[in-house]
Design a binder for this molecule. Structure first.
Ligand SMILES: [Mn+2]
Length: 608
């Protein structure tokens, strides 16, 4: 009896296996499946997912490293043929009759909302990517994406254009969901009307509502918590994703889940909605008041364009990060209020705690930089200062003092409880801030020194043969020439200068520098805003010969006593090229070559 039962069981197994084989055979022959691997891949993938969850490593791992062309040529062709207002990102204007509503919506948004309403939500954009991007391939196995778009009182058409651009210019199967996170907006059309529109036209878009105004950081966190895809892509609520923007963001994350990738941010003009580049790339940084700054792309990265390159600090609003890595890093510090400092917190964490950050030149997203901020400040007191204090205390170690030296009142702000953040730093064995400054942001201090070096020389500048005369900027405007005048301390004159550590000669009272646009003999010295770029504003003083040398050519400051005109001339032995500066710092001059030197690599060995 029992034996009989087992026999049936065995027979049933045999039947089942045979049935399965026949089924696979049918699938292989009737569908478009080319190899048995195509059937096996999804099975493999889900099996791997299952195993990864078991070992608590649920980050995305690509199943194939084969590179393919991800361009959607059908969409590109469709966009190429479009005509109309604002199409191809060309500048647009409203007719005179709309000027009243234009003014109204300008005031409400800080950009031309009325014009935006006239431009199609799915308008075409110009492909302004580096030429190398057109033929770039990316691996065929890419992670899925949850897009998170926080908004507060965003204008209707700019908000929806953000969603449309994402959905139209991304491979459909990679976008799992788009969260619009409403930070307690008060505009009527953002309530039921938005709800209805989205459920009718944009099934992948979901709206998350925050009950009280909570700020950008809390809104991003709320979206991230609901997200279920492999990768989180954070976008601003008035952006437009450009052609093939997604694969360049995702590939580096697929290959290493601790990589965070930022797109190039293009400019959508607040007045005409023209789409244009802001530049062809830079690396993110900060000064010691924590203003966001940018450093030039390194020579080696310039050579490798359009290969993604490392950037110390993200701009903040637009980036892609593995969902698993985001939460490994604790998301954003939930103690950060409203906005401010969050891009530093996350950037420091990423670098110091085992990750890296890249800018992807082939991924471009347009952003409307408002003309002015139209919303009242929701915070109470100096919430930005409090945020900065939190970030500095937890992540910046001994470098925090350089911030406090410039903003002493931060030391009197209570940063709140930091124990959770400090515990996270310990748990993840994050590297010291000094490591970040010397290995990643190694060129930051050369441009933004923690302590400003003294000027090389300062005071009045006189011809050595006529000490009663002084160089005078006479409060002149941009492009006006410098003159030689009788020395005076009267305020009508402007004779106090600095040969600053930037190696330019500037007025002591304003940001105006000695500039020589034309280096031919007898060219005048003009006033121009200091650009810190050397070149035509580069000056060096030689106390031994009393010469003020300009630029890298062998030109010297010179003058003509009868006419008192001031100019540059090739350096020679004439006495008219001798100058006396009130106060010269010889120690600084001895260090000339070390000061403001361009740094293009790590500055000292890793101290760890
Ligand atoms: Mn914005």
């Amino acid at each position: 009896m029992r034996r009989y039962f087992f026999r049936i069981l065995r027979l049933r197994n045999l039947l089942a296996i045979t049935f399965l084989l026949i089924l696979l055979y049918i699938i292989k022959n009737t569908t478009e499946v080319r190899t048995i691997a195509d059937v096996a891949k999804p099975v493999q993938q889900s099996l791997r997912r299952f195993l990864q969850k078991e070992s608590d490593k649920e980050y995305f791992v690509p199943t194939s490293l084969k590179k393919i062309d991800w361009h959607n040529y059908q969409q590109i062709e469709y966009e190429r043929k479009r005509v109309g207002i604002g199409e191809h990102g060309l500048p647009a204007h409203l007719p005179e009759k709309d000027s009243v509503i234009e003014k109204d919506l300008y005031a409400v948004n800080g950009f031309n909302g009325a014009l935006s309403d006239k431009i199609p939500l799915n308008r075409s954009l110009p492909d302004i990517r580096h030429h190398g991007c057109h033929k770039r391939l990316y691996i065929e196995s890419l992670p899925t994406v949850s897009v998170v778009v926080p908004f507060h009182n965003e204008h209707w058409s700019t908000l929806l254009r953000t969603a449309y651009s994402v959905l139209n210019r991304s491979p459909t199967f990679l976008i799992k969901e788009v969260f619009l996170v409403d930070d307690a907006s008060t505009k009527d059309f953002l309530k039921q009307k938005l709800e209805d529109y989205v459920s009718q036209h944009l099934p992948k878009v979901k709206i998350i509502r925050l009950e009280n105004r909570s700020g950008l950081i809390a809104a991003r966190l709320a979206g991230a918590k609901k997200a279920s895809a492999d990768v989180l892509v954070f976008l601003d609520s008035h952006t437009e994703a450009n052609v093939n923007w997604l694969p360049p963001l995702l590939e580096p994350i697929a290959l290493n889940y601790r990589t965070v990738v930022c797109p190039f941010i293009d400019v959508v003009a607040y007045d005409t909605f023209e789409y244009r580049a802001q530049d062809e790339g830079a690396r993110g940084a900060f000064d010691w008041e924590l203003f966001y700054k940018r450093l030039p792309v390194l020579p080696r990265d310039e050579e490798n364009m359009p290969e993604p390159f490392e950037s110390p600090i993200m701009a903040g609003g637009l980036f892609a990060i593995s969902r698993v890595f985001f939460w490994e890093l604790g998301g954003y510090d939930a103690g950060l209020d409203i906005w401010g400092g969050e891009q530093y917190e996350l950037s420091f964490k990423i670098w110091q705690c085992g990750g890296r950050m890249l800018d992807a030149p082939c991924s471009r997203v347009g952003h409307i930089y408002r003309k002015f901020a139209p919303f009242p400040n929701p915070g109470h007191g100096d919430f930005v200062g409090r945020n900065y204090r939190r970030v500095a205390e937890v992540w910046m170690d001994e470098f925090a003092q350089f911030l406090y030296r410039r903003r002493p009142h931060y030391l009197r702000i209570d940063p709140g409880d930091l124990s959770e953040q400090k515990a996270l730093r310990q748990k993840l064995h994050c590297k010291p801030f000094r490591w970040f400054m010397t290995q990643i942001a190694f060129d930051l201090t050369a441009k933004y020194p923690p302590v400003e070096p003294n000027p090389f020389a300062e005071g009045q500048i006189r011809p050595a043969t006529h000490l009663q005369f002084c160089v005078d900027a006479h409060h002149g405007a941009q492009m006006e020439p410098l003159q030689i005048k009788a020395c005076t301390r009267a305020s009508a004159a402007e004779q106090d200068f600095q040969l600053s550590w930037h190696k330019d000669v500037r007025s002591k009272s304003r940001n105006m520098c000695w500039d020589v646009p034309d280096s031919s003999p007898k060219s005048p010295i003009l006033l121009y805003s200091c650009h810190l770029g050397g070149g035509n504003q580069l000056w060096r003083y030689h106390p031994d010969t009393k010469r003020l040398k300009h630029g890298t050519n062998d030109n010297c400051l010179d003058w003509d006593p009868p006419t008192r005109s001031l100019y540059i001339k090739p350096c020679d032995n004439s006495e008219t090229q001798e100058w006396v500066i009130d106060s010269v710092d010889n120690e600084m001059l001895d260090r000339w070559d070390e000061v403001a030197k361009r740094v293009t690599g790590p500055v000292e060995p890793d101290v760890e």
